[in-house]
Design a protein around this ligand. Structure first.
Ligand code: LLP
Length: 420
């Protein structure tokens, strides 16, 4: 069952024609389907039934308050990577005891904020960070719960920009050095070892790397336990991929059953940090065709969404399917779909077969729910777009479109420049 589908010739989100939303809020906008979000979270969560586990939604994929709250209501925790994300998670109503804090460069104020909020654990990525957390915790009289993010040196076979679990990546502590880091942690008075963590990368379309990582982690946990350290949480990170075009990632049940097989008899609570697999295909970007232009070599469809709204095609060369909101037997053409930003890298699709589109028409850029809005910027002083949530027949504006005033918020012209 899909919640973005044509009814008649009109693309709908659940019970609402997308055209109707565009008439109400203008374009471009991100559009999320409530039922899809719920289904994705529940399927993923239920796949791990049978062992103690916690799904900490990786909010960097999409950090809108409404989405976080939705997952919190379904029992989810949150994976945060900055003070700002922690703030959002708390504002959205997340239980701090279900928040894990990852990232290679946590700052002192962020550590203090997280300690005071009472998060479940810090996923620590270096020995120096262990010492810093120990120092901050001591200063404010707290004991910091930590797990160490281990880099298992496994090739996740994904885009080089989003692979993280190999030696040449900046993430985690090399698995061979991890025992040393744990020993250090056990000696620091204001730290409490509670778990172990790893994250291999994103958009993984095979289960093997996960299984391989688990086997390495299990070995390490056994060694640590023999030394009397308590490793209660096993955080496997996120990374399960989705279908953008013809990828065939494992279904969450297949992913889960492989993991469960490895750790069923292993006494620990499993933590998972899925992002993309929950929100990626639950959201689209809707844009309007502005102009068509052609020369001997190329045909450009110029639309009102751009790389500042969805950077993935420009940044990673990612593929996002593009559908006309109004379907109708038209001939197909090959074109570049581009935005108004002044960069040649500003494209949403290159050399793409699409129906011949007319100015004023709406298009849907699919699979844009993850790393879409959350990576958007104001480049070219373009206000960030609205975010809409649809549930059945209802339309909710969950983030209003920015206005020009928002663009200059916080800026000042020093006096000396205004006195001539
Ligand atoms: N946990 C950690 C520690 C992470 O670094 C990430 C993603 C996740 C969980 C969630 O991974 P997911 O389940 O979404 O694959 N901007 C890129 C993706 C960057 C992923 C960064 N880390 C993209 O648009 O493809």
């Amino acid at each position: 069952m899909h919640y973005f589908e044509y009814k008649g010739n009109e693309l709908h989100c659940e019970g609402v024609p997308i055209k109707k939303i565009a008439e109400k809020v203008g374009t471009p906008f991100y559009l999320y389907s409530y039922k899809t979000l719920v289904r994705h979270f529940n399927v993923f969560n239920q796949a791990f039934e049978g062992i103690p586990h916690l799904v900490c939604y990786s909010m960097k994929a999409n950090s809108n308050l409404a989405l976080i709250r939705l997952f919190v209501n379904l029992g989810g925790g949150v994976d945060v990577v900055s003070g700002g994300e922690l703030y959002r998670a708390v504002q959205a109503g997340a239980d701090p005891q279900k928040i894990v804090f990852s990232g290679v460069g946590k700052k002192e104020d962020e550590i203090e904020y997280a300690l005071k909020a009472g998060i479940l654990m810090f996923n620590v990525e270096s020995s120096m960070e262990l010492q810093k957390i120990n120092e901050v915790a001591g200063r404010i009289n707290k004991k910091a719960p930590i797990s160490i993010r281990v880099n298992p040196d496994i090739d996740a076979k994904t885009h080089p920009y989003i692979t993280t679990g190999m030696k040449q990546n900046k993430f985690g502590i090399d698995i061979l050095r991890a025992p040393m880091a744990y020993r250090l942690a056990s000696e620091l008075p204001n730290l409490k070892i509670v778990g172990i963590d790893c994250h291999l990368g994103s958009q993984l379309v095979e289960v093997d790397p996960f299984v391989e990582a688990l086997r390495k982690l299990k070995q390490l946990i056994n060694d640590l336990r023999q030394q009397g350290m308590e490793v209660h949480y096993l955080d496997l990170g996120g990374g399960l991929g989705i279908t953008y075009s013809d990828e065939e990632p494992p279904h969450p049940y297949e992913y889960a059953s492989n993991i469960l097989e490895e750790i069923r008899s292993f006494d620990c609570t499993l933590i998972l940090e899925p992002g993309r697999v929950i929100v990626g295909n639950a959201g689209i970007l809707v844009s309007k065709v502005l102009y068509i232009k052609e020369n001997e070599e190329k045909r450009f469809v110029i639309v009102d969404a751009a790389m500042n709204d969805l950077v993935r095609p420009s940044y990673y060369g990612s593929f996002h399917q593009i559908l006309p909101v109004q379907e109708g037997g038209r001939e197909e053409i090959v074109a570049d779909v581009v935005g108004p930003v002044c960069e040649s890298a500003d494209f949403l699709a290159k050399g793409r077969k699409i129906p011949r589109l007319n100015p004023g028409e709406l298009i849907a850029i699919m699979s844009a729910g993850a790393y879409g809005f959350s990576m958007s910027t104001n480049y070219n002083s373009r206000p960030r777009v609205a975010e809409i949530l649809v549930r059945d027949e209802e339309i909710y504006v969950i983030r209003k479109r920015e206005e020009y005033e928002d663009l200059i918020r916080g800026e000042t012209i020093p006096d000396f420049l205004t006195h001539s």
